[in-house]
Ligand binder design. Structure first.
Ligand code: NAD
Length: 257
């Protein structure tokens, strides 16, 4: 990378959802850092720190642990990150979770409790993060979350996460409406399938990757760096006129289905 090209220099970002070096959140962190951003990272718990501490160290970034089902822990994470960085210019929300049985069954058979927990962790936590980040974005900022094509159409085996991601994409539009007057822009990025730990929990994920590769106009899958570059664009100076969108980074699959 050309080290003189640093469009994110002076921007401070919190990236939530790094589990390991395969995480989409890590792709976002690596690229934002390479383009000059100063970062704080967050992972789920002490067990995840084993894998994420060396990554945070590579970027010289403080690392926090936070389970987003714990409102107090979320507040502490956002406030500590903002304190250490001297404010926040962007937050990347890259987390999703659903109970195994609900994820592996039909949507029609999903439990009310499992659906509610999936919604809380994978969708409502984005609104909670927005509320907590807002007071630290004094000169505006950008919030980005991760969606998937299964929000827009019924993708076999994506199951319960489809309606959850549909709600998340709607959440992006409502947060854009509500936070726009404060100069806070809100987006979802919708990557094609990439082999991560969360993805490995989906049934038939290998065949989903194979069919995405075959269908994609670009005839390949996307990389973590390509997803990270899209996020870096959204949080950077080139995207200041945009808010409320879902941008596909999927080698074109969405366009040809
Ligand atoms: P990943 O396993 O690397 O990341 C998922 C993260 O969610 C992990 O860091 C995990 O600890 C975190 N998480 C789960 N429950 C949590 C909780 N209660 N509190 C805090 N963190 C919690 O997998 P990934 O594929 O990088 O997933 C990141 C995002 O990208 C998710 O929203 C996922 O739906 C989305 N996405 C993934 C793909 C793909 O093919 N991998 C495609 C499109 C969208």
């Amino acid at each position: 990378m050309n080290t003189a090209f640093r469009p994110l220099a002076g921007r401070r970002g919190l990236i939530v959802g790094v589990a390991n070096e395969h995480s989409i959140a890590w792709g976002c962190a690596r690229r934002a850092h390479g383009l000059g951003a100063e970062l704080a990272l967050s992972c789920l718990n002490a067990k995840a720190v084993t894998y994420t501490a060396p990554l945070a160290e590579q970027l010289g970034a403080p690392l926090f642990t936070c389970d987003v089902s714990d409102a107090t822990a979320m507040q502490a994470m956002v406030d500590s990150a903002a304190r250490q960085l001297g404010g926040l210019d962007f937050v990347v929300h890259s987390i999703a979770w659903a109970p195994h049985d609900d994820l592996h069954g039909r949507v029609a058979d999903s439990s009310a409790d499992g659906f509610a927990r999936a919604m809380q962790i994978s969708c409502h936590s984005f609104a909670a993060l927005a509320r907590l980040a807002e007071p630290h974005m004094r000169e505006g900022g950008t919030l980005v979350t991760m969606s998937y094509l299964g929000a827009e159409e019924a993708v076999p085996h994506y199951g319960l996460m489809g309606p959850v991601k549909a709600a998340l994409e709607s959440m992006v539009r409502y947060l854009a409406l509500e936070l726009g007057p404060a100069g806070i822009r809100v987006h979802a990025v919708s990557p094609g399938p990439v082999p991560t730990r969360a993805a490995s929990g989906l049934p038939e994920f290998d065949s989903l990757m194979a069919s995405a590769r075959a269908q994609a106009p670009l005839r390949r899958l996307v990389t973590l760096d390509e997803i990270g570059d899209c996020v870096a664009f959204l949080v950077g100076p080139g995207a200041t006129g945009m808010t409320g969108q879902t941008l596909f980074v999927d080698a074109g699959v969405h366009a040809v289905r």
